[in-house]
Design a protein around this ligand. Structure first.
Ligand code: AKB
Length: 320
């Protein structure tokens, strides 16, 4: 039987781009998401279903040889805070179940299933720190951050157990900052203001921002996100007990972002209506990330400043 790649959350921002990327490499893919999508490609089998459906997940592993898992299905931070029980069910319990299924599958088939988990800067807190390294103060204040941290730790533990058994899972994870895409506008997250602002400017719309202009957070473009995931997953072995890595391209305040956008779109206007639900979360997330571990262990590279970073995204949006 040919081995396949399992992608959860194939309709989401990261899931859909990763699916496109892996499909171009002619990988055999099984995708699962709540809503349907049809792709006419013999290599791709998309299933409509929930990742909390344990029987469905088990049947995918029982009926296929799965060599890699990309687990994107999740609720973002603000949606999670509004639905804490559902967040724990999807973001933590279903993730742990998926890790267990992948681990058992690896042991049964004498392989190590590569497992990618997208973590988040939400694992940090309670205070805002600068240049956060992987081991800096980690006491998340949100349910989203708590669930992400629990899965990071669970996956790392199962990775160590797999090492001892020689089979099981090879757990790899990235703590993502805000992701900015040139063609989708996210919703439900705390970092959404940056892509929303850029898209509003391009579409000649005014923007109402829920965070203060001094708020500083780190960001990465969707292209760098997908290439970094691929880079991390393509390495045969990562010789490191650390399984979760920080990456970013640029970090900037909302005012910096506004000023830069305005230099290109002079009509663009922003209004501030601070929402405590957003501000109180952003104030616990790091203003920037230290990426040395990713650079040393798997050659992550980034040399952007704020201007070149945003300009590249704007140019892509306007198809220059
Ligand atoms: C969110 O804001 O919820 C996400 C994240 C940083 O995890 N974009």
């Amino acid at each position: 039987m040919n081995s396949k790649i399992l992608i959860t959350g194939f309709n989401g921002e990261l899931g859909s781009k990763t699916l496109d990327f892996l499909a171009k490499k002619n990988s055999k893919i099984i995708g699962i998401d709540l809503s349907k999508k049809t792709i006419l490609d013999d290599n791709i089998d998309l299933i409509q279903g929930s990742i909390s459906d344990k029987e469905l997940i088990q049947s995918i592993f029982d009926n296929n040889i799965i060599s890699e898992v990309y687990h994107f299905a999740a609720l973002l931070s603000q949606t999670a805070s509004n639905n804490p029980e559902l967040a724990t069910q999807i973001n933590e319990e279903a993730s742990k179940n998926l890790i267990n299924c992948a681990m058992d599958h690896g042991i049964k088939n004498n392989l190590k299933v590569k497992f990618f988990f997208p973590s988040s800067i939400a694992v940090y807190g309670p205070r805002k720190i600068h240049n956060a390294s992987e081991v800096d103060i980690i006491k998340p204040t949100t349910i989203y951050g708590i669930n992400k941290l629990a899965v990071e730790q669970y996956g790392t533990k199962k990775h160590l157990e797999s090492d001892a058994k020689n089979y099981g899972i090879d757990f790899r994870s990235i703590r993502f900052p805000g992701v900015i895409s040139n063609d989708t506008v996210p919703n439900g997250g705390t970092t959404d203001y940056a892509p929303q602002m850029i898209h509003a400017a391009v579409n000649n719309e005014q923007y109402v921002c829920k965070l203060s202009e001094q708020t500083i957070l780190p960001f990465i473009s969707i292209n760098k996100t997908v290439s970094s995931i691929n880079q991390l997953m393509n390495i045969d072995t990562i010789n490191s007990a650390l399984r979760v890595f920080n990456i970013q391209e640029a970090s900037f305040s909302i005012n910096d972002l506004y000023k830069f956008i305005q230099s290109k779109f002079s009509e663009f206007k922003i209004e501030y209506e601070i929402d405590f639900k957003f501000q109180s979360v952003a104030d616990t997330w790091p203003s920037s990330l230290n990426c040395d571990e990713a650079k040393n262990k798997w050659d992550f590279s980034s040399s952007e400043n704020v201007e070149t970073f945003i300009l590249k995204i704007l140019n892509k949006m306007m198809d220059k």
